[in-house]
Structure formats: structure tokens, C-alpha cells
Design a protein around this ligand. Structure first.
Ligand code: AMP
Length: 207
């Protein structure tokens, strides 16, 4: 089973991806985590990637598609894959469909107000990428891996509008691309984490 999660920044994709990957034993692929990992390890293109990510812009299609393909070539797994944050353009969607069959596409829908509020409050573990809400969590140590919890360098007031606009302009067409396929389902992302997860699991369970 291969799944795509599409949603604006802070729509809850990462949180749902972690829950679904665990529940259905899927390989979780987050292109955002992949890029942050390359930057952390000072790998190839790290300066270029840091500048792009911190400005809130999208990584060019050719580069992100190459990064994903290189990663997939190194993975020796028979598991289904959960794509979190990929595809973000129609070109990426077309490329992905050449590599794998997609069973489910979940669009997690949230308003711009929710995006702004969640980004303001979002903290992330620099070790495992787990997301925290600053209004609900005190301390800076991750409960899951013991890593340091920080603000993401791209979670700023300046980049949130750029990222949301990029979502509307470049990624929303991906929603339209999948809209009429039987794999596509819209999910209400304004609800709590558990409720969003229930919506998705019910759809998977009903097939
Ligand atoms: P995320 O962690 O999914 O919010 O991604 C963080 C940033 O990584 C985005 O704002 C983009 O700059 C970059 N990024 C992640 N995935 C992609 C993608 N599929 N295409 C282009 N840029 C991406």
C-alpha cells in the first residue's frame, strides 16, 4: 500500500505520517526531513538547499526528484511507502506515478488562519523530527528520542506566507491532478490529531 499525504505547511502531514507509518508498517518518506538531513550532514547541495528552505521556496523539481530517486535506490524495503511532502508539483506527481502505484491520496485541508497559528506554536525535535506545540509542551527534550526540541528555521512569520502561497500556486494543482481518481480523499485537518487519524484509518479500513 502506497500513500501520499498532501497539505499546506503545518496541516498535520508529518504527525499523521508518523501515526500511519507505525499503524500500517509503512516506510515514511518525508522530503522535508530528507533535505534537513542533507543540510545537517553538510551533504551535496547543502548550502543551496538551506537557502531555499529558509526562504520558504520550493526546491526545484529536477533536484528534489533526483534526491528522492537516489534515496529510493538505496532503500531495500518491501514495505509500502508513505510520501509526506512529495509530490508538491504536478511534475513531481507525474514522475512519482512512473515509479510507484499510488493507492491513497489524502488531502489534509486547513485554513490559512490555522496554518499561521500552528506555525507560530510549532516546535520540532532536531533528532527524530517529532512535532510539538509550544503552548502544550514545556522543556526542550524530545519524549520520543531524547533529542533537542527547537523551532524550525523556516517556521517564521516571513516565510509562512511564501510557503502558503507556494502551496496554493504549485501544490494545489496536485490536488486537482488527483481529484477525480478513486485514490483521492479529502480530510478535515482542522480537527484534532486523533480525529484526523480516524478519518484516514476509516477510509483505509473500508477498502
Ligand atoms: P516540509 O518539512 O515538508 O514542510 O518541507 C520543508 C521545505 O522543504 C519546504 O518548504 C520546501 O522548501 C522543501 N521541500 C520539501 N519537500 C519538497 C518537494 N517535494 N518539492 C520541493 N521542495 C520541497
Amino acid at each position: 500500500m502506497n500513500i501520499i499525504l498532501i497539505g499546506a505547511p503545518a496541516s498535520g502531514k508529518g504527525t499523521q505520517a508518523n501515526l500511519l507509518a507505525q499503524k500500517f508498517d509503512l516506510l515514511h518518506i518525508s522530503t522535508g526531513d530528507m533535505i534537513r538531513d542533507i543540510i545537517r550532514k553538510d551533504g551535496q547541495y547543502s548550502n543551496e538547499l538551506k537557502n531555499i528552505i529558509d526562504s520558504g521556496e520550493l526546491v526545484p523539481d529536477n533536484l528534489i526528484i533526483d534526491i528522492l530517486k537516489m534515496y529510493l535506490n538505496t532503500v531495500d524495503s518491501k514495505k509500502g511507502i508513505l510520501f509526506d511532502g512529495f509530490p508538491r508539483t504536478v511534475r513531481q506527481a507525474e514522475e512519482l506515478e512512473k515509479i510507484v502505484d499510488i493507492d491513497y491520496v489524502f488531502e489534509i485541508e486547513v485554513s490559512l488562519e490555522t496554518v499561521i497559528k500552528r506555525i507560530e506554536q510549532r516546535l520540532i525535535c532536531s533528532g527524530c523530527g517529532m512535532s510539538y506545540n509550544s503552548s502544550k509542551h514545556s522543556g526542550d527534550i524530545c519524549e520520543s528520542c531524547g533529542g533537542k526540541i527547537k523551532k524550525r528555521t523556516d517556521d517564521t512569520q516571513e516565510t509562512v506566507t511564501v510557503r502558503y502561497n507556494n502551496y496554493c500556486q504549485s501544490t494545489y494543482p496536485v490536488v486537482k491532478y488527483f481529484h477525480d481518481k478513486s485514490s483521492y480523499h479529502q480530510i478535515d485537518g482542522e480537527k484534532s490529531t486523533d480525529e484526523v487519524n480516524d478519518q484516514i484509518c476509516k477510509i483505509i479500513g473500508s477498502k
